[in-house]
Design a protein. Sequence first.
Length: 191
Amino acid sequence: MNAEEWDERYAASDLVWSAEPNQFVVSLTEDLPPGSAVDLGAGEGRNALWLAEKGWAVTAVDFSTAAVDRGRARQGGDRVDWQVADVTAYEPADRFDLVLLCYLHLPRQVMRRVLDHAASWVAPAGHLVVVGHAVRNLTDGVGGPQERDRLQDEDMLAEAAQALVVERLEEVERHTPNGTAIDVVLRARRG
């Protein structure tokens, strides 16, 4: 989907995603001391807003103007630096204590480049956190992209984190009203 299609999707409903932060984003970041963070592909900002509430200085990046406008208008939206930008071309001025990618699903080769860039933006002692639909979700789970090329696996995330210290990398189950989804999570630290 392109930015215009996402704009239409966001404009068609009150809230496309949950207002609550992703459960894995919470569990993977709640013990980290607040610092600077970037949420790539932030959508309406549920994770960015939660991080800001926890004291993080958050930059939320998404290519959908409608999503960014919606996030900016939500309670606490004034505490986030909202940027309309394509994550495949985004170049931050600084490094971050936390680089977050949550359910950002791009074609595999493009995603590899984005992950490589994201890993390079992690500040010393900072973290890269990735949460995505696993490849195995196609056959054994529910929801998510239905194109294998847009899904993630442990090998892909391990390769992206090769210059970092991997603290957690595994498939996890997420229970939804429609059944169990299979995700893959990564938390890695710059030594």
